[in-house]
Structures are given as C-alpha cells and as structure tokens.
Design a protein around this ligand. Structure first.
Ligand code: F6P
Length: 471
C-alpha cells in the first residue's frame, strides 16, 4: 500500500520569522525551536511537492512573511494557517500550553489551579476553532488517501474533524509530551475531556515516545466514566504505538565539529576554569526541574566538601513560551536561586553555577562535547532529546544522571544513574557517584549509552508512523 502524499501538521513549523529591531524591522528567518523541528526537517527535506508541512503562523512576523512570499523551504512544500490573534492566543496559550500541557505533565497545583471559568470555556471554543481551521486546510490540500502525520496536543481534536470531512485520509497523531492518567484527565471539564478523547479516537493510530504514556492513554479510554463523556463504550481506544524519536546524529556531529562550537568550547573552558562540569541543557519549562537540580548541586557541596571549588554546575537554559506568566516567574526563580548559591559559595576564583539564559545552539552543542556529568532530571517529560544528544557528542566519557520520569529512561536506564527527580538528596548523591565513578566504569557506561542511542535513527521513527498507518 502506498500514499502519494505525506502531510505533517504541527503548531510550530520549520520556519518562523521575527522583525529585526536593529534592521528597521526587517523580516528575519529563525529556524523553528524545539526537538520536533530539528529531528523532522532533515527527514522530510527532499520530499518536494509530495511532502507538505502545514503549520500555524505564530505572530505578525510570520504573517508578514507569508504575505511577502517568504515562507518557503527549498526542500519541501510549506503551508501556513492563520487564525485571528485572539483565537490563536486562546488555543495556544490558554488551552494547549496552560491547560493540556499541565494536565498531561501532571503539573497542576490542584488546590489552586486550574480554574475553569467562563473565560476558559470561551478559550476552549477558540481551541476548537483553531483545530477546525487546520482541518479545513488539510482537507483542501490532501490528495486522496494521503498520509497525515499530526504532531502534538495542540491538535487533539483533529482526528474526529478529519474523519468527518475526509474519511479517505490515513491519519496518525503523535504526542511528544506525556499523556495524563485517568484521574488527571478527569480534572478537565466534562465536555472538554469528552471532546478530547473523541477527537483522538478519530485518528487511525496514536503514538507516544514511551510505554507509560501509551498505557495512560489506553487507561483513559478503558475508564467507563471518561469513555462515556466521549460518547464511547470503554475500550483500549484507537490503535496506539510506542516509538521514540532520535536526534539526527550525523547532523549533530557535523555541527559540533564546526568553528562556532570550537570557539564555544574554549569560552566554556575559560568560564569553568578547567574544573569538572555538571551540565544541564534545557528550555526554561516547569517540567524540567531546574531549581531542584541547583539545590541538589548545593547539597553536594554541603555533604561532600571535597567538591567545593572543584566542580561547576553549567546550566544552559533557553527562554520558552514567554507569553505565559508561570514561565516568566520560573525564569526569575532560576536566576535568583543561582545567584543565591553563587553568593553563598562562590570565591573570586570560582563561580559554582554558570548560568546562561539564552538560545545559543553552538554553545549548547559545545557543552555537550565536554561535560563530565549530564543532569537530566525532569519531573515528567515525554522523551528528552538532550539525554540522547549528550552521548552522541560527548568525548569525556560523561555520565548521564537521569530522571525515572523522563520517557527516555525506558531506553537508557541501564547505563545511566537513575534518580527520583523530587528527591534533592538522592540527586546530590547521584551527582557525587557520577563524579567519583572510576574511569573504566565511566567508559563502559558511555559506550553502552552511545550504542543505544545509535541503535535507532530518526528515519526509524518516521517508518513507525507509516507502519501505524498501514503503509
Ligand atoms: O514539548 C512539547 C513541544 O510541543 C515539542 O513537541 C515541540 O518541539 C515544542 O514543544 C514546541 O514548543 P513551542 O512551539 O510551544 O515553543
């Protein structure tokens, strides 16, 4: 069976723009953020007219680029969908990122939040309209029997919408974040939980990075109360599958071998003074657990004074979703905690935490080549690509300290030092164990990590989507 056309659907596309303040507001292209785009684009490039990526315009600069005919990728066909700014804000900020993202990550502080008031219910209508706008464009662009690969929680409702309008299409949904357990999904207002499950049930198949998220998904459909909200009988839900994404290993290595990264390595060596390095590379997101990581580093200094002056916590974090108050507050908290620890422990020669809050890819890749310990401690994470990028690039037999709540833990548990991400003392002990591990053991684990990460390619992930669609 073949499908002549492949359409990828996501909120953020491979290309976005900003107005350059220093060049009289000229349009400046940015490569799209996040692991989804960096892993998927190389796979789709070269697909020409048969491969289309449909995404949303994310602001006025993207809209201006579409109008000016600049939303073009030489290697694949791009389409952009625009909804009015109010609808976009309700769908992307309020529902997708402040509600569904928190529900699926189990991150709500339930005594206080969420609060589903009339503004929120209106925002849900915006989310529905945003999904419908995408469904209309897909229906207009797709050839008969096309394969439609829908990415992420922004488009949970698309399955049912497409089934109604274009039953000939082969549709797959892939969720790059965790999926809520039934008790957490029940937090959503009844109509929203029902619409969400009915929307997902319309897809031909639904994919996840890890078994545990697929299990949560199936448990929601098996739950009589939730299924009834969707107008369904309890069942295992639509076909589900597990397939973890992998970074473009060769592309990463080529980038890391370039002059920009070499310059960054030198700069980082100077900043850390040649000391041992405990690295983290993350977007500033509530799931990433950056503050507990810093507190664990401080406890390491308290309980193992031999590390005072001998190790640096290098925290390279990228601003994320700055339209959301929680994210801005978290950024401020991260800066404050780093400053307090540096004030308490630092000396004129030694800055214990070197924090950079800036999107600097060359510096991040450079840091991944030289760390002694990579700290990946999310409280809950769909996959975590950084945990795979590290072993591809690192040349220092670096040890991976990995949260059991990261989807990638299912693949990389054996050669990692695993942690409960809530346990600050346990994390401090794991950091110590990583730093004192004997060189032969470090090497053995590093080699095993590398073998595991290279055992799959991003193309395997794509093939799994096609197989899930029966192709
Ligand atoms: O982590 C979820 C996710 O949607 C990824 O799949 C994607 O790479 C990233 O977040 C995009 O985030 P945003 O477009 O909101 O910055």
């Amino acid at each position: 069976v073949t499908a002549d056309q492949t359409i990828v659907v996501s909120n953020r596309g491979p290309l976005s723009f900003r107005f350059d303040a220093e060049a009289e507001g000229e349009l400046q292209p940015l490569t799209g953020g996040g692991g989804l785009v960096s892993s998927l684009r190389p796979l789709l490039a070269g697909g020409g007219a048969e491969t289309m990526w449909i995404s949303m315009t994310m602001g006025p600069a993207d809209e201006a680029a579409v109008t000016a005919g600049r939303m073009l990728d030489p290697a694949l066909t791009l389409r952009s969908v625009t909804v009015d700014p109010d609808t976009y804000r309700m769908a992307y900020d309020v529902v997708a990122n402040t509600t569904l993202w928190y529900i699926h990550h189990h991150l709500f502080d339930l005594p206080r939040r969420p609060r589903f008031d009339r503004h929120w219910h209106r925002a849900w209508e915006g989310y529905r309209a945003y999904n419908q706008a995408m469904a209309d464009v897909v229906a207009a662009e797709a050839s008969i029997g096309a394969l439609v690969l829908v990415q992420d929680y922004h488009f949970s409702l698309l399955g049912r919408m497409l089934t109604q309008g274009r039953p000939d299409l082969r549709t797959v949904h892939f969720c790059h974040i965790p999926f809520a357990d039934p008790n957490m999904l029940r937090v959503l207002p009844d109509h929203a939980a029902g619409e969400l499950l009915a929307g997902l049930a319309g897809f031909g198949a639904c994919g996840f990075h890890a078994q545990r998220w697929a299990e949560g998904f199936r448990a929601c459909f098996a739950d009589a109360e939730l299924a009834a909200l969707a107008g369904l009988a309890p069942s295992a839900g639509p076909p589900s599958f597990v397939s973890s994404l992998t970074p473009d290993q060769e592309g990463l290595q080529a980038e890391a071998a370039g002059p920009a990264c070499a310059g960054s390595v030198e700069q980082l060596r100077a900043e850390t003074g040649g000391r041992r390095i405990i690295l983290r590379v993350d977007r500033v997101e509530p799931s990433k657990n950056i503050v507990r990581g810093m507190l664990a580093f401080e406890e390491l200094l308290e309980t193992h004074p031999e590390w005072v002056g001998a190790v640096v916590h290098l925290a390279l974090v990228y601003p994320s979703r700055q339209g959301l108050a929680d994210y801005l507050a978290l950024e401020a908290e991260v800066a404050h905690v780093a400053e307090r620890i540096n004030h308490t422990w630092g000396t004129p020669e030694w800055r214990p935490i070197v924090l950079h809050v800036e999107d600097d890819r060359a510096r991040s890749l450079a840091a991944l080549t030289i760390y002694d310990v990579l700290l990946v401690n999310p409280v809950r994470d769909g996959l975590n690509l950084v945990a795979k990028e590290g072993p591809v690039l690192n040349t220092a037999d670096g040890v991976l300290v990995l949260s059991r709540q990261a989807g990638v833990w299912e693949e990389l548990a054996e050669p990692s030092l695993d942690i409960n991400p809530f346990d600050v003392s346990g994390t401090a002990e794991a950091l110590h164990a990583a730093l004192v591990m004997d060189p032969a053991e470090r090497r053995r684990r590093a080699e095993q990590l590398s073998t595991l990460v290279w055992s799959r390619t991003a193309a395997d992930w794509m093939q799994d989507q096609r197989a899930a669609a029966g192709l």
